[in-house]
Design a protein around this ligand. Structure first.
Ligand code: SF4
Length: 363
């Protein structure tokens, strides 16, 4: 059983982070923030996929002002991601940002940090202190030696220095991230960080890569940390449609039995016994599951030899036959359907089960 490390609880809009609150899954838009229509459309897609917190880049005043219109059109908390310019952080908060992500060390001095803190206290907005390998201060790079194979301690000192700076101005609604593109630095860094602070931690591997490399790197690093009870919120960074980040995030939580959202799919890899186009069937079913909420177990198997048996635990499943498929429920054969109708019959039965779940679920 995973024992969650206890952290201080903070609120980001209507989402609680840290303490005993659920580990939340975040993403970041990749639209131009000033293109309000495109940004809102992407966030609504993310919301539909289960995203609980979204971050947008705020590189200039126009983007900081655009936060207002975006915020008014979405339901989940919005974080403004800011570098270098304290005025952008203040404007984003004035325009309704629920949180800001800054690296206080690159805002141009303590006076500017103090202004951001004043605004955050006034608007009751938490701050993520986000340091990463590329933003470590020059004096720390020198102290710990640069280039260095392991910059964990430099990351930690940079993060805690920035946290102390906020505390100096009376600010404690903080969460921390120390992101690296390296899996072992990420694991080592967050493990150490969790031993020296009780602020909630935002986990992530930065610049993790595309779907496969990014999923593997993030799952290894975050899987180790989450299984040790470390981490209160996270983002899986992928060079892909951000909706994929949410899919991977919830699969990671599901695989560790931390949280479950929507149906779980098990599917066989296929072999010489398969007589239908199982890859395309599995992909289409998986796509259609993304907006479903019922915690059903679904099996998509290549043949009847092992299909129903291997998927006995499944609520509903399909096993390929010769030009046809057998639909089974809880391990028992329910119906044989021609391959061309298989997807529609299967999905209509599944949608009925989803409907029943919504009808019967406790309020
Ligand atoms: S379920 Fe059937 S088709 Fe799929 S891998 Fe097992 S034996 Fe092969």
């Amino acid at each position: 059983m995973i024992v969650r490390r206890q952290t201080k609880k903070i609120w980001l809009g209507n989402v609680e982070i840290g303490g005993d609150s659920p580990i939340s899954v975040q993403s970041m838009t990749n639209t131009n923030t000033t293109d309000i229509e495109a940004t809102v459309a992407q966030i609504l897609k993310l919301e539909n996929g289960g995203c609980e917190i979204v971050r947008v880049a705020v590189p200039d005043q126009e983007a900081a002002v655009a936060v207002r219109a975006i915020r008014d059109s979405i339901a989940i908390p919005l974080i403004a991601d800011i570098h270098f310019d304290a005025r952008l952080a203040v404007t984003a908060m004035e325009n309704g940002a629920d949180g800001i992500r800054i690296n206080p060390g690159n805002l141009g001095g303590e006076e500017k940090v103090a202004k951001v803190v004043d605004a955050a206290l006034y608007h009751k907005v938490p701050i993520r202190v986000g340091v990463n390998s590329g933003s470590i201060e020059k004096d720390l790079l020198k102290k710990y030696g640069y280039p260095s194979a392991d910059n964990t301690d430099a990351l930690l000192e940079s993060a805690m220095r920035n946290v102390r700076l906020l505390e100096k101005y009376g600010f404690y609604d903080i969460k921390i991230s120390i992101k690296s593109a390296d899996v072992l630095t990420t694991v080592n860094g967050y493990s150490k960080l969790s031993g020296i602070t009780d602020y909630p931690l935002h986990l992530g591997v930065t610049e993790a890569g595309g779907l496969i490399a990014g999923t593997v790197k993030s799952s290894v690093a975050l899987g180790i940390l989450l299984s040790q009870g470390i981490g209160d919120t996270f983002r899986i960074s992928l060079t892909r449609d951000p909706v994929e980040e949410i899919r991977v995030g919830f699969e990671l939580l599901r695989s560790l039995k931390i949280r479950q959202r929507g149906p779980e799919i098990i599917s066989c890899p296929t072999c010489g016994r398969t007589r239908i186009d199982l890859f395309s069937l599995a992909e289409k079913i998986e796509d259609r599951l993304q907006t479903m909420k019922a915690p059903l177990k679904i099996a998509v198997m290549g043949c009847v030899v092992n299909g129903p048996g291997e998927a006995r635990e499944a609520d509903i499943g399909v096993a390929g036959g010769n030009g046809a498929g057998i639909i089974f429920k809880r391990g028992e054969i329910w119906k044989k359907v021609a391959e061309k109708e298989l997807l529609s019959v299967f999905m209509s039965e599944l949608e009925k089960m989803e409907y029943e779940w919504h009808k019967n679920k406790p309020l």
